[in-house]
Design a protein around this ligand. Structure first.
Ligand SMILES: C[S@@+](CC[C@H](N)C(=O)[O-])C[C@H]1O[C@@H](n2cnc3c(N)ncnc32)[C@H](O)[C@@H]1O
Length: 210
């Protein structure tokens, strides 16, 4: 018996560029915590369908989701990716470049909260956000996304089920509490229209009204 996710993934041909990222993560001794392949495909579709051209990613790792996001970009579009660790940003840049998107992607290294404060100060605006860094930061990342968003911007966040911890009442750690609060806000904030997909490790998708 295979899972619904395994069945769906088995319908698709292997993806050489993304496979290269997985192998690169292994080679560099980095964690295999890239976005699930089905949600990677969804990122590409959401960028393409929304026509977004100024993308902000929070949490680059090895560039897997960066490639998925960049694939949906129209001409002239750009992705800015925030990553805490310089070596990870370098690996991500290498993979994104090998995939043919190096000219459209920039990396800002450091704690995303500081980078976001700087972007706000500079008056930068984005029409697509992908939140996928430390889970404790999710509520703060949502606050910043709302402040940096153009009307109609899309906000996507990965791992909102925390591999079962979100729904386990016995789990009360800081990441779990932060993600529960994030999910509740995604579902109830009047400024957003949204849905939450429970497949893989859960994905929140919201649109800023306006
Ligand atoms: C789940 S991984 C990102 C996976 C990536 N989005 C993908 O799907 O290919 C989380 C990343 O967030 C980074 N990160 C963790 N805390 C951070 C912070 N405070 N600011 C910026 N990046 C952070 C980690 O170093 C790691 O690379």
């Amino acid at each position: 018996m295979i899972s619904n996710e395994q069945y769906v993934d088995s319908l698709y041909a292997s993806d050489e560029k993304l496979d290269r990222v997985i192998k690169g993560l292994e080679r560099h001794d980095m964690p295999q915590i890239s976005i699930a392949e089905g949600y990677g495909r969804l990122l590409t579709l959401l960028v393409r369908m929304s026509g977004a051209s100024r993308l902000l990613e929070i949490g680059a790792l090895g560039g897997y989701s960066g490639i998925c996001l960049a694939r949906g970009l129209r001409q002239g579009g750009r992705l800015l990716s925030l990553e805490l660790l310089q070596p990870y940003a370098e690996v991500a840049k290498q993979h994104v470049t090998e995939a043919g998107f190096g000219d459209y992607v920039d990396y800002l290294v450091g704690d995303a909260k500081e980078s976001l404060a700087k972007l706000k100060e500079e008056g930068r605006r984005f029409d697509f956000f992908f939140v996928d860094a430390d889970k404790e930061g999710y509520p703060v990342y949502l606050d910043y996304a709302l402040q940096l968003a153009e009307p109609g911007a899309i906000i996507v966040a990965d791992n909102i089920l925390l591999r079962g911890r979100t729904t386990d009442v016995n789990k009360q750690g800081p990441s779990v509490l932060a993600v529960r609060s994030f999910n509740e806000r995604i579902a109830t904030d009047d400024r957003l229209e949204s849905t939450i997909l429970p497949g893989y490790d859960g994905l929140a998708i919201a649109r800023v009204k306006g």
